[in-house]
Design a protein around this ligand. Structure first.
Ligand code: UGA
Length: 450
């Protein structure tokens, strides 16, 4: 199948490479010349495990090209729209200008029987509206809305081995040729019996935003429990383990800490609220406002915790932040809790040093006022407080005895509740998790003997 992918960001670049790996002939289009040049050289423009190898393999086989010239989509039979839908400036709603721009530019090059496939996350009603336009621009072409569920850091695997395929189509009957064509694209997954749900446009659009809203709610639920644990002297990590054993609840996405960030969950719940309001169903989603509030409170709580463990003042205190990206295995710093806490600590008088294995360049662009060091060991030098905010494996595996030889004090806040608190306490550290009792050498031994 000849395929075009419009938009080569976190979603599109991976999608293009993965489709080529599946045996299709793919052209990726992006307006950003630098990005296209990097992709042409098999370099990933962002950090995503496995992507450079995939790009290299597909380009060596001659099945993947990239261009800034949208006319190169001509000849492809299936066209994926993978551009971003960020939060619009000054409002909650999603900015659809990139989707519309891509769609109308693409429409000029469509041949009869081509299929346009939307993968971007859009407000419900968008696909119906675009399908209406398509009827006059390219009457024989058809639109399918096929939301993407990949997670950054696992994007290659999630794209090659999806857990479900959702098609929003104008008609779900078996005669739909566009559906049959998309089935050919995803033949590999369908052969492995990956569930495929064909539905109307609105349901497909809602599947995506409701999935992200559910995940955000689950994280904020456990973070709300963390708030209660903090005042009750309880341990949210043990609580999550215990409730997670109930299969109806499940342990995944119940990790309390500094909360969620990134380019998807925060803007998707806000865009969803805005869209429900436009449709007259704002009451249905008022709980998402609270989900957002709980999430934002975690960032303030971490700042307060830092002040508390430093004896009531942040002024002049040297703090090392382990992590800048919004999650490990990604260099994405969009709405990163790590950076927002770092910036707050700095604003309130602390001398903050941020380190991260891959996200420093992106972080520096967003927060040039912060001090960055690439080497973890150098960043730890002289720290009066260490804060783990992104659970990169290299930070989770740090040896507390070695770290203590670098820092000026032995105080650590585990903003993701991932460290082995007992070994840190045994090495003489004062350990604070989030939603967990304060621990030092003495009470850690007491807890262990209980
Ligand atoms: C999210 C969804 O998980 C994907 O299914 C979806 O396709 C994607 O958005 C999207 O809309 O494109 P992603 O943004 O890559 O994926 O990140 P997640 O793995 O969902 O993590 C989001 C945030 O939640 C991170 O900051 C993470 O640290 C935080 N998190 C996650 C927690 O604080 N606790 C948890 O238990 C889990």
């Amino acid at each position: 199948m000849r395929i075009s992918v419009i938009g080569c960001g976190y979603l599109g670049a991976v999608h293009a490479a993965a489709m080529a790996k599946l045996g299709h002939d793919v052209v990726g289009i992006d307006v950003d010349e630098n990005k296209v040049r990097q992709l042409q050289n098999s370099e990933a423009p962002f950090f995503e495990p496995g992507l450079p190898e995939l790009l290299h393999e597909a380009q060596a086989a001659g099945s993947l090209t990239f261009s800034t010239d949208i006319s190169h989509v001509e000849g492809s039979q299936v066209h994926f729209i993978c551009v971003g839908t960020p939060q619009a400036k000054g409002e909650y709603a999603a900015d659809l200008s990139y989707v519309e721009d891509a769609f109308f530019k693409l429409a000029k090059y469509l041949n009869p029987a081509d299929v346009v496939v939307g993968k971007s996350t859009v407000p419900v009603g968008t696909a119906g509206r675009l399908a209406e336009s398509l009827r006059s621009l390219a009457p024989e072409a058809e639109l399918i809305w096929n939301p993407e569920f990949l997670r950054e850091g696992h994007a290659v695997n999630d794209t090659l081995q999806p857990d479900r395929l959702v098609y929003g189509a104008v008609t779900s009957d078996e005669e739909n040729e566009a559906v049959a064509r998309l089935d050919e694209v995803y033949a590999d997954a369908l052969l492995r019996s990956v569930p495929r749900i064909v539905t109307d446009y609105a349901t497909a659009e809602l599947v995506k935003v409701s999935a992200n809203s559910f995940l955000a709610t689950k994280i904020s639920f456990i973070n709300a429990m963390a708030e209660v644990c903090e005042v009750a002297g309880a341990d949210v990590k043990v609580l999550a383990d215990a409730i997670g054993l109930d299969e109806r609840i499940g342990r995944k996405f119940l990790n309390a800490g500094v909360g969620f960030g990134g380019g998807c969950l925060p803007k998707d719940i806000r865009g969803f609220m805005a869209r429900a309001g436009q449709l007259g169903a704002d009451e249905a989603l008022t709980f998402l406002r609270e989900v957002d509030n709980i999430n934002m409170r975690r960032r303030s709580r971490l700042v307060e915790l830092a002040r508390e463990v430093l004896g009531g003042s942040l002024i002049g205190k040297r703090i090392t932040m382990l992590g800048a990206s919004f999650k490990p295995d990604s260099d994405d710093v969009r709405d990163s809790p790590a950076l927002s806490v770092a910036a707050q600590l700095q604003l309130q008088g602390a001398a903050v040093t941020v380190t991260d294995p891959f996200a420093i360049n992106n972080a520096r662009k967003r927060f040039p006022e912060l001090h960055y060091l690439e080497s973890t060991q150098e960043a730890l030098e002289g720290a009066e407080l260490v804060v783990l905010v992104t659970e990169w494996a290299e930070y989770v595996n740090l040896d507390p005895v070695t770290v203590a030889t670098k820092t000026a004090a032995r105080i650590i806040i585990d903003g993701r509740n991932v460290l082995d608190s007992a070994s840190w306490c045994d090495a003489g550290w004062k350990y604070r998790g989030m939603g967990r009792p304060a621990l030092d050498g003495r009470n850690s031994q007491m807890m262990a003997s209980l």
